[in-house]
Structures are given as C-alpha cells and as structure tokens.
Write a protein that binds this ligand. Structure first.
Ligand code: ADP
Ligand code: MG
Length: 624
C-alpha cells in the first residue's frame, strides 16, 4: 500500500484559510481599509461595484510598498507588523496576522498598484487564484491601490452563498463606518457604483460621529473622558432622549479596533438605568485605550471579540465613566451620590491588577473615585459585578401559555383565565364565546376595553388586539388582496442615514404592496406619495422611521423571513398604542374586527390580546 498523505497545494491551502478571513465582500473592505490605516494614510478612498461582488477597491496615500514587499505581501503569514513573539503583545497596528492579502488573492482577482515616496517607479501586480499573472513597473503616485475583483469567482459555492446586493451593501457600509469612526483624523470616502455615499474630511471625533450617524446627534452628545494609568476611556454617549429601539448606534473600540462585547455593553446600559425605557438603547461611541499586553485580540479570526486580562475592572471603569459623564451634564437629577460599599470589597477594586502596579494605580484618578466617599459615580446594585453571564436573564417568557401558567400559579384557584389558545369560536365543547351586540364598551386607563360577552366579560388590550387585526389584514395582502392606500396631501420627503437608506431600499417592494407609495428621491432621500389607510395623515415620516427601527430590532430573529419581519414591524408601528383615548365607535370596530380574526386571542408574537373572565369563575370568586 502506498502512503496517502500529501501536502495541499498553496492555492488550495490559501483558499481554505481564506474562508476564515474573507467571508463576504465586506470582509475585504475591512482588511483593505485597515491596511491603509496601518500604512499611515491620511486619505483613503473605498470604491465598490455591485455591492462589492464585482469590485472592492481601496486607494490610499500611505507609505506604499517596495517591489519586493509588494510581491511578498500576498504570501501567507507575510506581515511587516511583527518580528518576534513579544511583538504580539505590543500590537498597535490593525493587522498583524499577514493573512488578509493572501486570502483575498486566493479567492478573487487582485490588482495592486503601489509606490513608495523614495522610489522612482511603482509596482503593478495582477494575481488570481493565488497565482501571479503579471508583474511590471508602473507610474503611480505615492500610496497603494488594491482592487479585489469578482470575489469567489473560483469558489462558486461561496459566491452563490452571498446575499442580495442591498444586504451585502449593508455589511460594507457597516465595516466602512467602523473604520472611519475609529480614525476621525483620516479622510474617507465611499463610492458605490460611481455614486459617492460618504465623503468624510478629517476632523474631530464629534464631527465624524455626526457625519456618520446623522445630524440629529449634533446637540445630543455627552463627552466621556476618564484617564487612568491602567486605561483611558473617551468618546461620546447620547443624551437619554436619543435612545432608540435598536442597538444600531453603539460602538466600542479597544485600541481603535471595533469590538463587540455584550459584557461592556451591559456596563453602559447599566449606567443609563432608569434614565431610558428598558427596551431602548442609548447611542454611544466609546474608545478604550490600554496596554496591548492587557488584551488578547487574537481569539477570533475577524477580531471582533476580545479578551481582557481583567474584565471586571474594565466593566467597572466603563460603567463609572459613563455615569460620571451623564452626571456631569446633570442629566441624572436623582443621582445617588453614595458609593456602594460592596464594590470596594471586590478583588478587582481592592487589589488592582498586580501588586507592582498597585502603587501607581492607587494614585490614579479613576481608582480613587472608587475608594472615595461622595464621588459622582453611582454604583448601586450589589450584584452588578457578578460574572457577566448572570446579567442576562433567561430569555423572557412572553408566550401566552407561560403568562397564563404564571397567572394561574398566582391565582388562588378561585378563578381562572381563558386558557384555550385555539379559536374561542370553535373551542371544544364549551359554550361559544360571543360578543353581546350593542352592549356598552368601556375603556380603562386609555389602554383596555371591557367588553361583555355571553360567557362573562373580556378585558381587551387595545394595542395587542389591533396588532392581531392588522397582522391578518396585511398578511392577506400576500395572498393577493389589495391594500387600501391613501395619497398624501403633499409628497413627504424622508432623508435617512446611509445605512437606513440601504435598508429601506431593500424593503421598498414589499412596503409598496402593503399600501405605501414610496420612491427613492436622490441620495439617501425618499419621497412618500401615499401610505396605508391605517397611518394618520401627517405621521407618514415618523411611521417609516419607527418601522425601520422596529425592523432592525427584529433583525436578530433569524427564524423570521424578511417579509415576516417587515409585516410585524409595520403592524407594530400602525397599531394604536396604550394612552390613546378611543371613541365608542372605535372601540366597537376594534372589538368586532378582533372577533372576525382567524386567531383573535393572541398576537403574532404570542401575547394574549384579551383575558376572559367567565361568569361561573366570577361567582366562585365571590364565594357563591
Ligand atoms: P497584515 O496587515 O496582518 O500584516 P496583510 O495581508 O493585510 O497582513 O498585509 C500584508 C502586508 O502587506 C502588511 O504587513 C503590509 O506590510 C503590506 N501592506 C498591505 N496593504 C498595504 C498598504 N495599503 N500600504 C502599504 N503596505 C501594505
Ligand atoms: Mg492587514
């Protein structure tokens, strides 16, 4: 028998490795932008075509490469950024693994042009499937241009796996924003299919935030700034009134690298406690700078997760810095200025880092704020520094059954709620529940409607009931029913952020079948000509903005199709909300329409629309 093991040819090995680094066009955007930043560029241009599927090109005015380096840069594990193992703990550049260009060259056609200032001519290299096709001298300005063409042209399975252009474009814009946000002093532009989407001149972080996230934040940013010997935190957080329903505008950077951290996010959220509704998310752009030896950015190939040497102390610093910022701008009138003694007993605070660092740390300002009485930080909950997993309660049980079982558990057994999840019109052998015609309806607390029925009475939740009604009405549209649309008196223009514009564009066809008449109207601006009859005239713009927020809120729900998410977002937005007083006629229509539904007793997400109180239970409650 002959031996079987062979070494993989380079191009196949590179293709496999590339799978980790280049997952979609936006991965190349991130890598190429970061390389340009690492090369010291002050001006970086990103060009994409066909949502990056046919072209991702980054042009910078950075250091450029020598002819040899240009050729070497495409080798796997080729990097100019580390020389020895100790360098790994001193990383100040964005890249260091030397994998990006090799990966891109393994899965696409790449064209590189580069010239250093000291060289007379530049270098042009064409490479495809890890193989150099052409290399020649070229006249070029100082800097580098790298174009990735037809990504995955040689890996059809992965090419087919790419999402629609609007989705891929959204990923690209996300990556662009993350890099541009981290380096406000560098000029960036993004041009898609020849149209310039972003043009950002170098400036302050505040200017960059407003450019990227929208002018609505202009007067709404609170400065966060804490310096210690261990770490610095700086950036901005939004005033509480800017909190949104989605966590879109939340950015954490550690040593200028965008990271996702549920743990640190929780630290910020807890600083806002009681200032914003619990289901809303404050905007923040926060930078944490610390000794690279204190972090391990190497845990994830695309480097969005991060490990800290001491997570707890960073949590406490972040929370404290944000609270301090909010307090200084007197945004928290009810601040409790007492320091919770429990935090001082925590190891992370009482015994900071290592013994040899202790002396310097104890002198540092933020550490002192932890140990001083009457400082401006509010640290209230004893449990706040427990292991972070404890912060996340089990997914909230909101299903009808769970609510009922909870309610029944609490009840004394003397009465029960309607427990059938099926249609009450057909449920079992029990007496059918029917509305009593022309019986008076009462609205309570501008939220509930009390409606007598033959079997007792029901307590309807006006918003949840309306959600059910609208859901069935809109769902019928997909089965061919047409939707009543009202034309706006005047066409309404809706300017959106670039991110939201890409999203709305994606949703337009479906929205238009639901009775909206919306068209693209210039760059990132849409015009509403008409809207479904359920939208109050004059509220169309708000309706669209809220609907987009809600849609993004649903975006994590992988189990829903795009259309289902849209449907639910529109339904949520259009449904009458608690707090709205209803006329008798409106209550009557709502109640009747609810009972005409196929599934009247639960909302699309499984909450009850009403609770039924049956006559015989009521009798029993009164001990009769
Ligand atoms: P890494 O960034 O991890 O070092 P890459 O594969 O992204 O690995 O790049 C390999 C090398 O090519 C870099 O270390 C750098 O020396 C060089 N390089 C890449 N892009 C540029 C650029 N835009 N300008 C100058 N040098 C570059
Ligand atoms: Mg790199």
């Amino acid at each position: 028998m002959s031996d079987k093991i062979q070494l993989l040819p380079d191009n196949i090995a590179n293709q496999i490795a590339a799978g980790e680094v280049i997952q979609r066009p936006s991965s190349a955007v991130k890598e190429l932008l970061e390389n340009a930043v690492d090369a010291g560029a002050t001006e970086i241009r990103l060009l994409v075509a066909d949502a990056g599927k046919s072209l991702v090109q980054v042009i910078d005015n950075g250091s450029g490469m020598s002819e040899t380096d240009a050729r070497m840069s495409f080798e796997r594990h080729a990097t100019s950024k580390i020389n020895n193992i100790d360098d790994l703990f001193r990383i100040r550049t964005m890249g260091f693994r030397g994998e990006a260009l090799a990966s891109i060259a393994a899965v696409a056609q790449v064209e590189l042009k580069t010239r250093r200032q000291e060289d007379e001519t530049g270098t042009y290299i064409e490479i495809e499937n890890s193989m150099v096709k052409k290399q020649e001298p070229v006249a070029y300005t100082q800097g580098t241009s790298i174009a990735m063409k037809n990504v995955f042209f040689n890996v059809p399975a992965r090419r087919n796996f790419l999402k629609t252009n609007p989705v891929e474009m959204r990923h690209i814009v996300d990556e662009f924003i993350r890099v541009a946000m981290a380096f406000p002093e560098i000029s960036f532009s993004l041009t898609a299919n020849g149209q310039e989407m972003f043009h950002l001149t170098g400036g302050t972080l505040k200017q960059r935030i407003v450019h990227l996230l929208g002018a609505s934040y202009t007067a709404k940013l609170v400065t966060v700034q804490e310096k210690t010997d261990y770490l610095n935190i700086y950036g901005f957080t939004g005033k509480p009134d800017t909190a949104k329903k989605t966590r879109g505008d939340q950015y954490f950077f550690v040593n200028n690298r965008f990271i996702r951290s549920a743990y640190l996010n929780h630290a910020v959220m807890s600083a806002y406690q009681q200032m914003i509704p619990s289901d809303s998310f404050p905007m923040y752009v926060l930078f944490i700078d610390l000794d690279p030896a204190q972090v391990d950015i190497n845990v994830h190939p695309t480097k969005q997760e991060i490990k800290f040497e001491d997570e707890k102390i960073i949590y406490a610093f972040v929370q404290s810095a944000v609270k301090h910022a909010l307090a200084q701008f007197s945004i928290t009138p009810t601040l409790n200025f007492d320091l919770d003694p429990s935090i001082q007993q925590l190891d992370a605070v009482a015994k900071p880092f290592t013994e040899d660092k202790k002396a310097t740390t104890e002198a540092s300002s933020l550490y002192n704020t932890f140990s001083q009485k009457n400082q401006a930080h509010l640290i209230e909950s004893k449990s706040e520094l427990k292991h972070w997993k404890d912060f996340y309660p089990e997914p909230k049980q909101t299903g009808f059954k769970s609510i009922l079982s909870a309610a029944i558990e609490q009840s004394t057994g003397k009465f029960e709620y309607e427990t059938s999840v099926s249609n009450p019109q057909t449920a079992g052998s029990e007496q059918k529940m029917q509305l009593i015609e022309d019986a008076p309806l009462i609205q309570l607390h501008n939220t509930y409607i009390v409606a007598p029925v033959n079997t007792g009475f029901i307590l309807i939740h006006q918003q949840l009931a309306h959600e059910r009604i609208l859901y069935e009405r809109y769902a019928a549209v997909s089965k061919g029913k047409s939707m009543a649309s009202q034309r706006s008196l005047f066409p309404i223009t809706v300017p959106l952020s670039a991110q939201d514009a890409v999203l709305l564009q994606e949703l337009l066809p479906d929205l238009n079948t639901l009775g909206y008449e919306i068209e693209l109207f210039g760059k990132d601006t849409f015009v509403i000509q008409g809207s479904p009859a359920d939208v109050e005239q004059g509220n169309e713009k708000l309706a669209i903005e809220q609907m987009l927020e809600q849609y993004k809120h649903f975006s994590n729900e992988v189990k829903f199709s795009k259309r289902e998410k849209l449907l639910r977002s529109v339904v949520w937005q259009h449904a009458i909300k608690p707090g709205k007083a209803l006329a008798l006629k409106e209550m009557k229509t709502l109640t009747e329409e609810l009972f005409a539904c196929d599934q009247p007793n639960i909302t699309p997400s499984g909450n009850p629309t009403y609770i039924a109180f049956k006559k015989d239970y009521m009798e029993r409650m009164f001990g009769r």
